[in-house]
Design a protein around this ligand. Structure first.
Ligand code: DGI
Ligand code: FE
Ligand code: FE
Ligand code: FE
Length: 187
């Protein structure tokens, strides 16, 4: 599928404001890929598709998770996590993406995991720092991202985990694994 056609189809899956976020993630992912020596075209492809399932009805996501044998443990955690593995499934089966590293970048763009590839890290961080984001502390993480991919991700994981704790939510184990792994590789 051509880039323009893909963009039109993904756009149709979400409200305008979520498409604007996606455009921000595309731009940020390209900048990070060029900065840290990753393929910008694949980073952009993952960015285009990363939130494709974000506005799908919860029961549709739940059905794909159970029928397509995606990790069932997700169903015991925040529904916000579900659109990432479901999005990877949709990218593969409905949008014909065959690049497994691109699919993993979509799959882990919310939870993270230990041993993330550079492409996965770039998409994860681009999602956090794209220009439309306004989380407390995001400016500091944008500054860190000019120098160090892992250190900026660690700060962003710290923020996300603190946010989940403040909300009294469960934390998906892959998120804890991702943070532990970053600390091990930074120190
Ligand atoms: O889809 P986006 O809004 O662009 O961003 P995202 O896919 O990174 O989703 C982030 C949301 O997921 C954020 O509000 C926190 C929530 N969330 C719920 N449980 C977890 C979680 N995020 C992580 N990393 N780990 C969790 O266990
Ligand atoms: Fe997302
Ligand atoms: Fe994210
Ligand atoms: Fe996103």
């Amino acid at each position: 599928m051509k880039r323009d056609q893909l963009i039109e189809r993904v756009k149709a899956e979400m409200p305008e404001r979520r498409w604007l976020h996606t455009e921000g993630v595309m731009a940020a992912a390209v900048v990070l890929a060029e900065r840290f020596g990753e393929d910008a075209e694949r980073a952009e492809l993952a960015a285009i598709l990363h939130d494709v399932a974000k506005y799908w009805p919860v029961d549709r996501m739940e059905l794909i998770i159970s029928e397509q044998h995606l990790p069932g443990d997700l169903l015991a955690y925040d529904k916000e996590l579900w659109h990432a593995p479901v999005g990877a499934w949709v990218a593969q089966h409905e949008f014909g993406v065959t690049d497994n590293e691109v699919l993993d970048a979509i799959r882990y763009h919310t939870s993270g995991r230990s041993g993330m590839s550079k492409l996965e890290k770039i998409v994860w961080l681009a999602d956090y720092i794209e220009p439309g984001r306004d989380f407390p502390g995001v400016d500091r993480i944008r500054e860190l991202s000019a120098k160090n991919l892992e250190e900026s991700m660690l700060a962003a994981f710290d923020n996300t985990i603190a946010f989940l704790i403040a909300k009294g939510k469960r934390i998906y184990p892959l998120t804890i694994d991702a943070r532990n792994d970053l600390i091990q590789h930074i120190k």
